[in-house]
Design a protein around this ligand. Structure first.
Ligand code: G
Ligand code: G
Ligand code: MN
Length: 402
């Protein structure tokens, strides 16, 4: 789990609050402190000794430069520290500050109301390392269409697999296949750097078909070492224009003697399908061939209630925006609760995605979700690492539930 930051910059116009906060953080293992009584003072400190500061704990209401304005200046720094807010302002304002800082691409760890307590601040501090380790190829990497086409031909795309476990049995339910590009020049590239381009150039279709085959063959390979599982694949709506697709995928599964009920297709509404009727036809035929259809990112702009009526599907994945931190956030918890209720009344399996912490694991258990996916269970793994992970997971949970 996460480690405590060593150096923290406290920004608050009240010396008394800074003193109190310092005492609590010292008790939790923070080693050194910088202090500023305003946003502008904080900026000068960061410019002078920015790189060693791991976290800035920042009040929102301050004279001269308030926390919101400070966020804007922070986002212009070459190496901004992670940020958490500390405020007497109401919950809505704290949340808005977090969203704003996220929108400016800062690493936002959360918000606490004043006066702070050990219980509230500790999970926020621990988030520092967990957030920092997610590798990112960064938005600066510019990929071209030709390179993408070449990479597909050269089979440079690989799949990592993230376990999803059943909350009832605590056993492996399936794995989500997530694409990575092993680029000869740039190293490993994550999907946020190339999926959009693949969609806009329609290269997503040949790429995904190769990945589907790769994952089917992987299911077979795992079987030879005694691991029988199911795989979930993301199907972009941008590739759902070819009405022959369901038949091709069905033949492929049959040729490898795979039961289609072991294949889950996760579908979102990204980039509205150009032809709604064709989209519906393809999804319906996939379902008729026996594949499992799952609505991905439920609750975001990408998946709506309209889908629920039109599409034949049996699983709902609640977006991690409503799962991560839900134990400590009333709004998220209520959205989660309502989604679970909706899914249950429609007889759907419900997957909670993005569980990173024990408190959220406990919450989704209590609310009656069926399946959990998230860093708390495991990060996405290379195919070869899955059997060992399963063995370890089983030995940790043996006897806890039958
Ligand atoms: O693995 P990562 O968190 O970087 O994935 C980021 C996004 O990329 C997720 O929304 C995921 O659904 C998407 N993604 C990952 N693999 C694939 C894929 O094979 N096809 C499509 N269409 N999207 C994918
Ligand atoms: O959009 P889609 O549901 O396909 O997104 C899946 C993505 O979410 C994967 O790329 C995976 O890496 C990421 N993911 C899965 N679990 C967690 C988690 O606990 N925390 C975070 N930050 N990302 C996660
Ligand atoms: Mn998905």
């Amino acid at each position: 789990m996460g480690s405590i930051p060593k150096t923290v910059l406290l920004v608050d116009d009240e010396p008394f609050i800074r003193g109190l906060t310092r005492r609590i953080l010292s008790g939790l293992g923070v080693e050194s402190f910088l202090e500023a009584s305003s946003g502008s003072e904080a900026l000068s400190i960061l410019k002078a000794c920015g790189k060693s500061t791991e976290l800035i704990l920042c009040d929102l209401m301050m004279p001269d430069m308030d926390g919101i304005e400070l966020v804007r200046h922070l986002s212009e720094l070459p190496h901004p520290p992670a940020i958490a807010f500390l405020s007497g302002a109401d919950d809505m304002v704290l949340k808005a500050a977090c969203s704003l800082a996220n929108a400016r691409l800062l690493n936002v760890l959360g918000a606490v109301s004043k006066p702070i307590s050990h219980e509230e601040i500790l999970p926020i501090l621990k988030r520092l390392e967990q957030r920092a380790v997610r590798p990112s190829s960064g938005p600066t990497l510019k990929i071209g269409k030709d390179d993408l086409e070449r990479g597909i031909k050269a089979d440079e795309f690989v799949l990592h697999y993230q376990p999803k476990v059943s909350l009832k049995s605590l056993s492996l339910s399936s794995v989500e296949a997530l694409v990575r590009w092993e680029h000869p020049e740039h190293g490993m590239i994550f999907p946020d750097s190339f999926i959009e381009l693949a969609e806009s150039t329609l290269l997503i279709a040949p790429m995904t078909e190769k990945l589907v085959e790769l994952s089917f063959r992987q299911l077979q390979k795992w079987e030879t070492v005694g691991l029988l599982t199911r795989v979930a694949l993301n199907l972009s709506p941008a590739m759902l224009f070819d009405t022959e697709l369901p038949d091709r995928l069905s033949r492929l599964a049959a040729s490898l003697a795979l039961d289609p009920s072991r294949i889950i297709f996760e579908i979102t509404e990204t980039g509205a399908p150009s032809d709604e009727a064709v989209f519906l036809e393809i999804v319906t035929r996939l379902h008729m061939h026996g594949f499992v259809i799952s609505i991905d990112d439920f609750g975001t702009g990408r998946s709506s209630l309209l889908n629920l009526e039109a599409l034949p599907f049996s699983e709902l994945k609640i977006d991690r925006a409503f799962v991560d931190g839900a134990a400590q956030d009333n709004t998220k918890r209520n959205i989660l609760k309502a989604s679970v209720g909706l899914a249950k009344s429609l007889n759907l399996k419900i997957v909670a995605e993005g569980v990173e912490h024990l408190e959220d694991w406990d919450l989704v258990t209590e609310l009656g979700c069926d399946i959990v996916q998230g860093y708390f269970v495991s990060r996405p793994l290379p195919a070869a690492d899955l059997p060992l992970w399963v063995t370890q997971w089983q030995s940790q949970h043996k006897g806890r539930k039958e």
